[in-house]
Every structure is written in C-alpha cells, then in structure tokens.
Design a protein around this ligand. Structure first.
Ligand code: IMP
Length: 213
C-alpha cells in the first residue's frame, strides 16, 4: 500500500485521479519542514522521515505559491503564511506592492521513498540532508535517514495573483488565476488537468506503474 503523506485531504482527493484508490491511502503525518529556499529538500527530508515512521512506501506532497515580484515569497513558507496572514491578505499585499500583471506560479514536489534502492534524484537533496543531519549532531538515526534514496517529481503552473474568486479547491486557489479562471472556479478534474500537482502526479504515476509492474 502506498501512503500519500499529507495532512490536507484536498491534496489526496486530487491525487486519487491519478492513483488507484485500492492501492493508496492517506498518511496524516506532519513531517518536519526543514528550512530551505526550495521545495525539493523539504519534500525529500519529509519522505525519509515518513518512511521511517510508516515503514511502507510513502509519497510526500509539498507545494507552494511563488510570487515573482516577491522573489518567490511565500514559496516554502506558504503554509505558515496561509495560517498566519491568510490568502486574502497575500492578495492585498501583492495588490499594494506589485504592478499588474502580478505573476506567480504554483509548484509541487512529490518525493517517493520505499527504502529500496533505485536511481534517486541527484545530489542537492543529499547535500541538504547532510546539513540537516550535521545540525542534528549525533542524534540517533540521522545517518540512516540520510542514506535512504528518494525520487522527486515536480510540476508547476504559471498564473496571476488576483482578488479572490470561486468556491472550489483549497488554500491559495481563489487568488490564483490561470487562463482566465481562478483554480477555485475550476472543477477538480479541470484543476487536475493543468495544475502543478496534476503535472507532478502524471510523471509519478507513469514511473510508479513501471516500478510496480
Ligand atoms: P503544504 O505542501 O501542505 O505544506 O502546503 C503549502 C501551502 O500551499 C498550504 O498553505 C496549502 O494550502 C497551499 N497549497 C498547496 N497546494 C495547493 C493547491 O493546489 N492550491 C492552493 N493552495 C495550495
């Protein structure tokens, strides 16, 4: 059984369009979000931690909204910013500080780990985990965690930051417009067809089907 690691049921609903729900279930596990300027190291570290916790194949989903005029902010801090400021305040900030068009992108990184060897995604991830392991010093298990291979799958979609519209989706969907509609105005299937998560999931599903053949 593949465990889809997230505390967000909205992500799982989207993932199930790509993965067979007999083979996948949510693992509601809040992995440590290491500090990094990109999502890859965060997802990779989360996948190693979740695998050690679950002892089953895991897929971690880390995503965020990157606003071009704010050098990517809130990016890896999207969750914290949603919880503290809220998405409407993010739109107000963008409207106050940035000229039109207020461009940004949603990005998603999926990190897979099943404890078995395979051609993992390359070095920066390991380097980051080494930094984390070193910072944790001699904490038990740090070296073991670092050694686990992790495969990353990425997806992104460009859009604009707009006043909130729409009732669907979750998180920043109401303030993210792509091709004339906010993600909150799309059906789940329409969002999946173009979204950062849909793109990453399509890559993962192809690779995973071959791996489990
Ligand atoms: P995390 O990947 O669960 O840490 O999510 C980071 C932040 O991005 C949270 O505030 C989520 O609500 C938000 N987020 C993640 N994926 C999406 C999405 O597909 N649409 C809108 N917001 C998202």
């Amino acid at each position: 059984m593949l465990r889809y690691v997230t505390t967000n049921a909205g992500k799982v609903r989207e993932a199930l369009s790509y993965l067979d729900d007999d083979d996948v279930s949510q693992l509601d596990f809040d992995y440590t979000e290491v500090q990094a300027s990109d999502l890859g190291p965060i997802a990779a570290h989360g996948a190693r931690e979740a695998y050690r916790y679950a002892d089953e194949p895991v897929l971690v989903d880390d995503a965020g909204l990157f606003i071009d005029g704010f050098e990517g902010f809130p990016g890896p801090y999207s969750s914290y910013v949603e919880d503290t400021l809220g998405v409407e305040a993010v739109h107000r900030l963008a409207a106050a500080e940035l000229d039109e068009p207020r461009r940004g992108s949603f990005r998603c990184v999926l990190a897979y780990c099943d404890g078995e060897p395979f051609e993992a995604s390359p070095d920066p991830i390991d380097r980051d985990d080494r930094t984390v392991a070193a910072a944790r010093g001699a904490e038990q298990g740090a070296e073991e965690t670092e050694a686990l291979p992790v495969k990353l799958f990425t997806g992104s979609v460009n859009g604009r930051i707009v006043p909130p519209r729409g009732e669907g989706g979750f998180g920043y969907d109401p303030i993210f417009e792509h091709d004339g509609a906010t993600f909150a105005e799309l059906s789940a299937a329409e969002k999946n067809g173009i979204s950062h998560r849909g793109r990453a999931l399509a890559k993962f599903a192809t690779w995973f089907a071959e791996r489990t053949e």
